[in-house]
Each structure stands twice: as structure tokens, then as C-alpha cells.
Design a protein around this ligand. Structure first.
Ligand SMILES: [Ca+2]
Length: 473
């Protein structure tokens, strides 16, 4: 059966060569897209040796890891909007850098989505977990849990949407899961939990189960697939089975880069049972970081199970695997706990592409890339045309050659105070209602010192860049 399939595929390739057609659907590579929520590039593969992340590390060692990949916005909704539309979520589009970005599709004026584009070219498309803003890709925020439009996708184009909810019964409860089927009580539940349970004591194991089940189903099909799996951890609460906490020695956790508390992160301090002043206690800071690390190792183990299934099914040779996070996180750096800033900590994420037979596997690229680039990249790698609305640039040349040239064109924004940012090879500029802050990455990778006054010519040049960014009115 398989050999007949291969023969037919080979004949199709010969036919395409003879008649010059684009590759037909049957021999296009599959895509396994893995999203991880709120994951900083704090992984072993990114030279963070204190982390226990063997499966993501292995993916990086076999693929192309991007050292400087940036999201468009430091929040789930707008960042994932950039992923699935290939556009900057600027107010001019007209969406905003807020979690409401996907409402464009409710008004039926959204652009051709990434998954719909793949579907239109013969791919079978599946969503599991959090790929758009909500934890199952269906419309309805956590505040309207009772009245969700249960059958409507936030962004169209999925053949199958299948998010298991395990012991938690609905997706939002699973997203904020505590062990034994419990869920978050806003403002009261603790921000961490280390229940002595197996992997299925928390929801991400169920998401991995579903991904493996769908890989098996796709194995029996001739259609290429686009399978998107969106894991929940290490998003708050930092809950994971105890065995993943046991991978770390809390006393050895480095907190030297934690600054005295200066601002409230509303999601962090408002939604959980603690006070901002608690983060002045080094023991508490270590516990919080410990929880984030345990959650990261737990999700790494679930990713490992999915990667093993791809391997066991013999799909490696015709499957492109992508790993991405929707934004980073401040674990106390610059006095902030949370993600809603335009600093490097919030906007820089791990990003890995592993393509069959790619040259120089394991070599990092330092090119500046952004989430709007993912749509054109996957389209190019799979031989699909590039829709006109795309604002990003394909990263396919960097898959071929990690030292390929790129240009300074990484923009971001955030709805609070209408802030915008541009990141170039050396600088980050953050503009907020006419006030500009400037950080020099040659000397200050932690963005601790604003040098806007010392370098007015750089500020002027970068403000011009910002004014010209895509999606400006
Ligand atoms: Ca997120």
C-alpha cells in the first residue's frame, strides 16, 4: 500500500517536472505546528543550561533555531492574529493590539487565514488546543463562558477542531486548571501548584494525546495535513506535576536579575491570590520561577511525546515541524511580572523550524525575524502561492542558509497607551504617545538604560521607521 503510494507520488513528481506544474497536493510536506503559551526562550537549546527541556532542545539540534524571533504583540490574541493572518494587528487594519483582534472574522472581513490557505490547496487542517486566542479556538472569552458560540471558530479554515477538556469539562476551566478537576478562582487561587499526580493530572497531557491520535488518523490518509497543537503551559497558573518540580533545586535558582518591584502586572497580581509586595521576598520569587520552570519541563515532556509519534509513524521525512511561542514573559526583570510590555523579555520567543533534509541542522540563525513572517514561510516551504495581503517576509532562505541576509523590519505594539516598538540589529526603540525610549543591545541586552537623550539621531531614524511600518493609517 505504502509503496504504491510512493510510486504514485514519484510519478506525480515526474509529471510535474515534465509539465512544469507546481507540486500537487499529494507530495506536499505535512506541517506540524506547535504553539506553546507564554514560553520565554529560556531553554537548554538557547544556552540556558539550568533548564531541563530535552525534547525542545533536540528539535533545535535537528532544525533551525532562531535566536532573534519577535512576536508582534505581548499578548495572546494579537500575537496569534499575526501568526494566522500574516498581518500586523495594528488599529488601521482595523484590529487592535488587544485580545479582541480576531473579532474581524466575526464581521466576516478577516483576511485569508493561514489554515484556510492550506485547506484551499488540498491540506487537511486540524486545530487542537490554543492556536488562536481562546483555549479551543472557538469564539467566546472566559467572561462569557456560559454563552459561547460553541461551533464558531475564531478564525476560519479548520476541517477539525478537537480540544480535549479532560476532568475540567470546558476549555477555559482546563486552561486555568488545577489538579483533580479544579479550576481557577480569580483573585484567590495560588499562582503555582505542584500536585503529586501523573502527567494527565493536568491538561497538556490530554492535548498531546489528541495530537498523537490525529497523527495516527492522518497516517492513513493520502492528503497532506496541517496539524496545529497549542499547549497551555507555562501560562499561569504555573502548575505542573511534582516530578517536574523535582527536576530543579529551588535554592540554586538564580534570581540576581530580578529587580525591585516597580509596576503591577494586572494578570499576574489581579488574577491570583498574592500581593505585589510578596515579590519582595526572595523565597517567594524563587518559588514562582520554580513553578515556571516546572511548567516548562512538563510541556517539554508532552511535546516530546508528540515528536516521538511523528518519528514512530515514519513521518519525519515528509513533515515540517515548527515550534513557536506567542510571547515571552518577565519573571521580575525590570521590576515586572507578566508579559504586557514592549521589552525584549516580552517580545522575544523561541522559534524553531525543522524541515526534511534541511542543510546545516542545528545551526542557529541570528537574523531578525517576526511572527508575521511565519505565514509566508510555511506557504513557500510547501509550494503554496503567497496571498497579496501578507506583510511578512519568508524565512525559507534562512532554513536553507542560517547566515542569509535579513533587514531591520521587526515592529510591535501594545494597546495600553498606544505604544509601538521597532527592533533593529542593534537598537530597540519604544514609543509611547510621543515619548521615546531607546536601548542599545550592543551594551545593554537587558534594556535597563534608556539612552534616547544621548542618541537623538538614532531616535529620529527609528521614529521614521515606525511611522512607515505596515498597517499605519
Ligand atoms: Ca500567551
Amino acid at each position: 500500500m505504502k509503496s504504491l503510494k510512493q510510486l504514485l507520488a514519484a510519478l506525480a513528481i515526474v509529471a510535474a517536472l515534465v509539465w512544469g506544474d507546481a507540486p500537487a497536493a499529494a507530495e506536499r510536506p505535512n506541517v506540524l505546528f506547535i504553539a506553546v503559551d507564554d514560553l520565554r526562550p529560556e531553554l537548554g537549546a538557547y544556552s540556558e543550561d539550568h533548564m531541563v527541556t530535552p525534547h525542545m532542545d533536540r528539535l533545535a539540534s535537528e532544525g533551525r533555531a532562531f535566536e532573534r524571533h519577535y512576536v508582534q504583540a505581548p499578548s495572546c490574541g494579537p500575537s496569534r492574529y499575526a501568526l494566522l493572518t500574516g498581518m500586523h494587528p495594528t488599529p488601521a487594519h482595523p484590529v487592535s493590539y488587544a485580545n479582541t483582534a480576531f473579532r474581524l472574522y466575526e464581521e466576516s472581513v478577516g483576511p485569508l487565514s493561514l489554515q484556510q490557505h492550506f485547506r484551499d490547496h488540498g491540506y487537511h487542517t486540524t486545530l487542537i488546543g490554543k492556536i488562536s486566542h481562546t483555549p479551543d479556538g472557538r469564539r467566546g472569552g472566559q467572561d462569557v463562558r456560559e454563552n459561547r458560540e460553541a461551533n464558531e471558530p475564531e478564525a476560519p479554515g479548520w476541517d477539525v477542531m478537537d480540544t480535549p477538556t479532560g476532568q475540567w469539562n470546558d476549555a477555559w476551566s482546563a486552561f486555568f486548571a488545577y489538579a483533580f478537576g479544579e479550576t481557577r478562582t480569580p483573585g484567590e487561587s495560588p499562582p503555582v501548584e505542584a500536585a503529586d499526580v501523573q502527567d494527565r493530572g493536568y491538561p497538556d497531557a490530554y492535548l498531546a494525546d489528541a495530537a498523537i491520535e490525529h497523527l495516527v488518523r492522518r497516517y492513513a490518509s493520502d492528503e497532506p495535513f496541517f496539524l496545529a497543537v497549542g499547549f497551555y503551559k507555562p501560562h499561569l497558573p504555573f502548575n505542573a506535576p511534582k516530578k517536574y518540580w523535582d527536576l530543579y533545586d529551588r535554592d540554586a535558582i538564580d534570581i540576581s536579575d530580578v529587580d525591585p518591584y516597580v509596576r503591577t502586572g494586572g494578570e499576574f497580581f489581579g488574577n491570583y491570590g498574592h500581593e505585589a509586595s510578596d515579590t519582595e521576598d526572595p523565597a517567594y520569587v524563587r518559588e514562582l520561577r520554580h513553578g515556571y520552570y516546572a511548567s516548562t519541563s512538563y510541556v517539554d515532556a508532552q511535546i516530546g511525546r508528540v515528536l516521538e509519534a511523528v518519528d514512530n509513524l515514519g513521518m519525519n521525512e515528509n513533515t515540517i515541524i515548527v515550534l513557536w511561542s506567542d510571547h515571552g514573559y518577565h519573571l521580575g526583570e525590570l521590576g515586572y511580572w507578566g508579559k504586557h510590555t514592549l521589552h525584549e523579555h516580552s517580545l522575544r520567543v523561541p522559534f524553531i523550524i525543522r524541515a526534511p533534509d534541511m542543510p546545516q541542522p542545528g545551526a542557529f540563525t541570528r537574523a531578525l525575524t517576526a511572527t508575521v513572517d511565519i505565514y509566508p514561510t510555511l506557504a513557500e516551504l510547501c509550494g503554496l502561492p503567497l496571498p497579496d495581503h501578507l506583510e511578512g517576509v519568508s524565512m525559507a532562505p534562512l532554513v536553507e542558509d542560517p547566515s542569509a541576509e535579513t533587514v531591520d523590519r521587526v515592529y510591535g505594539g501594545w494597546s495600553q497607551g498606544a505604544q509601538h516598538t521597532v527592533r533593529t540589529d542593534r537598537w530597540r526603540l519604544i514609543e509611547n504617545n510621543g515619548e521615546a525610549r531607546l536601548y542599545d543591545h550592543d551594551t545593554d541586552p537587558g534594556e535597563r538604560e534608556d539612552v534616547a537623550e544621548e542618541r537623538p539621531e538614532v531616535v529620529e531614524r527609528l521614529l521614521e521607521k515606525l511611522a512607515a511600518m505596515p498597517g499605519q493609517p
